[in-house]
Design a protein around this ligand. Structure first.
Ligand code: KIV
Length: 291
């Protein structure tokens, strides 16, 4: 693990050196800082925020302004991981100009290091336009959540040989266009293995089996924070929804029954040792004093 900032070159080097790349989504300061401490290589400020942060039913409605707002929080919280901003639906589809302008906003205003767009062969020219503007790009092929549902194609990709060849030509197109990596979503393990072996850029799998160069997972899914549905490819590393629910119910119960605040959380006019150390001050108070 390097301690310095992870760069696009480092991600490419990891593929060459066969070191697995760890990636996670994040949408806020706190989890971005925790991911930094855990040594995660790449953070995706995913448009899955549309569902897990903003409560839309799909990722489609999420806007550039919403994505930039959360990117600012993530980039404040994590100075080490490579941070990739996920271009929302219709922020890059209409023209190269739209793509470059919106990706530029992501970098300048959101502070991210690179952007991700969905689509392979059909997005080759778009990726080239972004690279010409000196913006590093990560691809996303296989199942592409922004548009697959529109075509009734929300299904595992690469079940047949022909399907596998399509995934490979998408991946090759991204590599040729200059993308530094590509996400493979819901692709059969056989096809993602073949694609990973044939590419010089890393593949980052989500529901794409164990042979990819790296793995990504939606943070809220792996923490058990998003309960609406859990795809088969998610492994739960915690059950935070249940923990939070329990904590909130206990808090309510304590307040209603007069158990909170207790003596420990209470100040008095005269106390034997009334010196307030900086640690005892509320963080909000400290903030006020600094500003
Ligand atoms: O938005 C997102 O979280 C993603 C991941 C599924 C890769 O694109």
């Amino acid at each position: 693990m390097v301690n310095s900032k992870v760069t696009v070159s480092e991600i490419l080097k990891m593929k060459r050196e066969k070191r697995r790349i760890t990636c996670i989504t994040s949408y806020d300061y706190t989890t971005a800082s925790l991911a930094e401490k855990a040594g995660i290589d790449l953070i995706l400020v995913g448009d899955s925020a549309g569902m897990v942060v903003f409560g839309y039913n799909t990722t489609t409605p999420v806007t550039m302004d919403e994505m930039i707002l959360i990117s600012k929080a993530v980039t404040r919280g994590n100075k080490r991981s490579l941070i990739v901003g996920d271009m929302p639906f219709m922020s890059y589809q209409a023209s190269d100009e739209d793509a470059v302008r919106n990706a530029g906003r992501f970098i300048k205003e959101g502070g991210v290091d690179a952007v991700k767009i969905e689509g392979g062969l059909r997005m080759k020219r778009r990726v080239e336009a972004l690279i010409r503007a000196d913006i590093p790009v990560m691809g996303h092929i296989g199942l592409t959540p922004q548009t697959s549902p529109l075509w009734g194609a929300y299904r595992v990709q690469g079940r047949t040989e022909k399907d596998g060849e399509n995934v490979l030509s998408d991946a090759k197109a991204l590599e040729e266009a200059g993308a530094f990596a590509t996400v493979l979503e819901m692709v059969t393990a056989e096809v993602s293995k073949m694609v990973t072996e044939k590419l010089s850029i890393p593949t980052i799998g989500i529901g794409a089996g164990p042979f990819c160069d790296g793995q990504i997972i939606v943070l809220n899914d792996m923490l058990g924070l998003y309960e609406k549905f859990t795809p088969k490819f998610v492994k739960r590393y915690a059950e935070l929804s249940k923990e939070i629910q329990k904590a909130l119910e206990n808090y309510k119960d304590d307040v209603v029954n007069g158990r909170f605040p207790g003596e420990e959380q209470t100040f008095h006019m005269k106390e034997p040792d009334a010196k307030t150390t900086p640690q005892q001050q509320s963080p909000h108070k400290k903030q006020e004093q600094h500003s």
